[in-house]
Design a protein around this ligand. Structure first.
Ligand SMILES: Nc1ncnc2c1ncn2[C@@H]1O[C@H](COP(=O)(O)OP(=O)(O)OP(=O)(O)O)[C@@H](O)[C@H]1O
Ligand SMILES: [Mg+2]
Length: 321
């Protein structure tokens, strides 16, 4: 659906995009993550046919965004990072205006607007003034506007920025719904956690260069996060003086070379276990066995799921190449 090859863009002496290539397939919700100034908006503007790159190509549904900008605009919906302010318009008028601008037939406008209002949960707000909406509602209105011409590809530049946690969850539900409808979405953010629970794949961009792009599962395995296990022991009672104490368990596990780190957090031991050479999680059973054989009475043994955020940190630190 989106195919970018060797994109370069300079602004004066500043390299905004540095040989950027990436591809996004149908049904994907692609999270485009990078710090301020990384080149996210620049990439999206090229895809939306609004900015010409110095070299390289960008295609949307097989159409050249650089040479056939007008055709591409009909296929995609692009929401810039800041929505223009329109005073003196109600939500309904705002959508009517854009429906007319998109050339949607008059007879179809009403039902189209009703359905995008419903999808974005703004039906109750249709008579409210646009500038009276909260930021979260304005973002949803921005999405509603994009949906009027039923594009297959949506580019959303920082849609979650400035939203409170509840509005963010609502936005997430909306984006997931759009994905279920078969749309391909590219969503940018400078904070991974805004997107971590919804994306199917991510691209990490820094200073115009793509550091990683691929499915979330691949990001996790490439980052070789290993496993983390939280262990707590039953405190040794007077009746069982030989039970292994937390201190002794700490020392025991610390001396095992298969473990990459053992630390103490309050009454818990936190153990890190490296992934196997092939990137698959190593078995943690030996840790359990080691403790039991040494007389530990285990109260809890909880392997913790690795977080995409941890993978992101490792990938951006250049630990992985
Ligand atoms: N029209 C322009 N003229 C000059 N420099 C520009 C222009 N647009 C972008 N840049 C520069 O290009 C670089 C990439 O900008 P871009 O807006 O793509 O970053 P971004 O990843 O979207 O950042 P943010 O998270 O702040 O939105 C930045 O250094 C920016 O200052
Ligand atoms: Mg930007």
């Amino acid at each position: 659906m989106i195919e970018i090859k060797g994109l370069n863009k300079r602004f004066g002496g500043l390299v905004a995009l540095d040989n950027l290539s990436l591809s996004i397939g149908p049904g994907e919700l692609f999270g485009f993550i990078g710090p301020n100034g990384a080149g996210k908006s620049t990439t999206m503007k090229v895809l939306a046919g609004l900015l010409s790159p110095d070299s390289g190509s960008a295609h949307v549904c097989g159409i050249d965004a650089v040479r056939e900008g007008e055709r591409v605009k009909r296929l995609l919906g692009y929401m810039p990072d800041f929505l223009g302010v329109y005073d003196d318009l109600t939500v309904h008028e705002y959508l009517q205006f854009f429906a007319a601008a998109f050339g949607i037939e008059r007879a179809k406008r009403r039902s189209t607007i009703d359905s995008v209002l419903q999808l974005t949960d703004l039906t109750d707000k249709q008579h409210a003034m646009v500038d009276s909406l909260s930021r979260g509602m304005q973002q949803r209105l921005g999405v509603a506007r994009l949906l009027l011409h039923d594009p297959k590809v949506l580019l959303l530049d920082e849609p979650a920025s400035g939203l409170d946690p509840r509005a963010r969850i609502e936005l997430r539900e909306l984006l997931l719904e759009l994905r279920r409808m078969g749309k391909c979405l590219m969503v940018s953010s400078h904070i991974l956690s805004e997107l971590a629970e919804m994306v199917t794949s991510i691209g990490i961009i820094e200073r115009g260069k793509l550091l990683f792009a691929g499915p979330v599962a691949e990001a996790m395995s490439r980052a070789r996060l290993g496993q983390t296990i939280a262990i707590s022991l039953e405190s040794a009672g007077a009746d069982e003086p030989e039970a292994l104490s937390l201190d002794r368990a700490h020392a025991l596990l610390s001396s095992d070379k298969r473990l990459t780190g053992v630390s103490r957090e309050g009454e818990q031991l936190i153990v890190n276990l490296a992934d196997a050479e092939d990137g698959r999680p190593a078995s943690h059973h030996f840790v359990l066995k080691l403790l039991i054989d040494s007389g530990a009475r285990i109260a809890a043994f909880e392997p913790r799921a690795a977080k995409l955020e941890d993978a992101f940190l490792r990938l951006t630190k250049g630990v992985v190449n």
